[in-house]
Write a protein that binds this ligand. Structure first.
Ligand code: PLP
Length: 381
């Protein structure tokens, strides 16, 4: 059986977790491993502030608190995304204004954003789908002209760039995920990247249950107290130790995934050439991280048949997001602005192939051969 995903393991995780327990003797948050992870992001991605969090969901929630989202405020986001992209803002009373995606990258269509802005709009939340950058120059230009915040959902975009800049460091905030399905993991976890100095102190407070404990630990105040709203957004050192092991091998993991991605592309491009399937598009300005390899089938029926065929042959593949504007919770909390030209139709065609650190060439060959064989038996007009 070829699984869809395997959590990444590099081999040094146990050693570091053991060190956290036996040498550092520090298991709660913000110990040496958390600090090392934060510094790693700051150095590697040239960002002034990174804070490890318990998830990307929580990093997004922190961003929503930091920009002071109030009931009735609006944010603009794609509908083709994970629930957390918008739930973080719905939790604070925001209304979500969805706009359509681009069919080539499945990212928010930057050309549809401006018309969706009202005097209630507070932020744009682009999602870098599959670790492939949104058109950030245009998004930042709109945000600057209308005085809006930009919060990048870079859950899938760790180690990807746009015009040489790391995803997550272009907007006001960037949110990473280290869930076990992402390129680098700590089981459950994430990070908040902050570009603007004015948010940094409050971010530490919100993350530490609304207290100034971080300042206390640094000796900047002599007692710590309740100073703001907040929650518990800092992960345990055990999780941070696991992640740090992965970060040390980040380039190895990245190269391995990119190699697998290229192999899939090579094996399957014949089907795209024949006009049978579509393959992912990587814009020129974007360097991606092989978070995902997907193909696009003709329609949802063909996709279901292919999923079943692959499953019968012991290969697990999965489709992805059901557009949020079609979900039950959408009625009360959101609108779709403009036409849904691509969000629903393209999401119904997309199929994700097995992709993980350590995926073998023979496995990629097998998946690709099965897909080619499936299409040999499908008759198209
Ligand atoms: C995985 C993911 C999230 C949520 O990440 P968690 O760390 O599980 O909270 C949010 N947005 C996108 C686009 C994701 O892929």
């Amino acid at each position: 059986m070829i699984p869809f995903n395997k959590p990444p393991v590099t081999g040094t995780e146990i050693k570091y977790i053991k060190r956290a327990i036996e040498i550092n003797q520090k298991l709660s948050g913000d110990g040496p491993y958390t600090r090392q992870c934060n510094e790693w992001f700051e150095l590697k991605f040239h960002t002034p502030k990174a804070l490890l969090t318990t998830s990307c969901t929580h990093a997004l929630e922190m961003a929503a608190i930091l920009i002071d989202i109030q009931p009735g405020d609006e944010i603009i986001a794609p509908s083709y995304t994970f629930v957390s992209t918008v739930n973080a803002f719905v939790l604070r009373g925001a209304k979500i204004v969805f706009v359509d995606i681009r069919p080539d990258t499945m990212n928010i269509d930057e050309k549809k954003i401006e018309a969706a802005i009202t005097d209630k709009t507070k932020a744009i939340v682009p999602v870098h789908y599959a670790g492939v950058a949104c058109e950030m120059d245009e998004i930042m230009d709109i945000a600057n002209r209308y005085n809006l915040y930009v919060i990048e959902d870079a859950a899938q975009g760790v180690m990807s760039t746009y015009k040489g800049k790391a995803l997550g460091t272009i907007g006001d905030f960037g949110c990473f995920s280290f869930h076990e399905t992402k390129n680098y993991s700590m089981g459950e976890g994430g990070a908040l990247l902050i570009q603007n100095e004015k948010f940094m102190e409050r971010a530490e407070i919100i993350r530490e249950k609304g207290t100034n404990r971080s300042k206390f630990i640094r000796g900047q105040v002599d007692k710590y107290t309740w100073v703001d709203i907040g929650s518990s957004y800092l992960p345990s050192e055990l999780n941070a130790a696991y992640l740090f092991a992965q970060l040390e091998d980040a380039d190895v993991i990245n190269q391995d995934r990119l190699k697998s991605w290229e192999l899939y592309y090579e094996r399957l491009k014949i089907l795209e050439f024949q006009g049978i399937i579509k393959l992912p598009v990587i814009p020129q300005e974007a360097v991606h991280n092989a978070h995902m390899f997907y193909i696009k089938c003709f329609n949802i029926e063909e996709r279901s048949a292919l999923i079943n065929y692959l499953k019968e042959n012991e290969v697990l593949t999965v489709f992805h997001y059901i557009p949020l504007h079609t979900a039950d919770a959408a009625v009360a909390n959101s609108i779709f602005y403009g036409e849904d030209n691509y969000t629903t139709s393209e999401s119904e065609r997309l199929l994700r192939l097995p992709m993980y650190y350590g995926l073998e060439e023979y496995e990629i060959n097998r998946v690709s051969e099965l897909i080619i064989k499936f299409y040999e038996s499908v008759k198209r007009k």
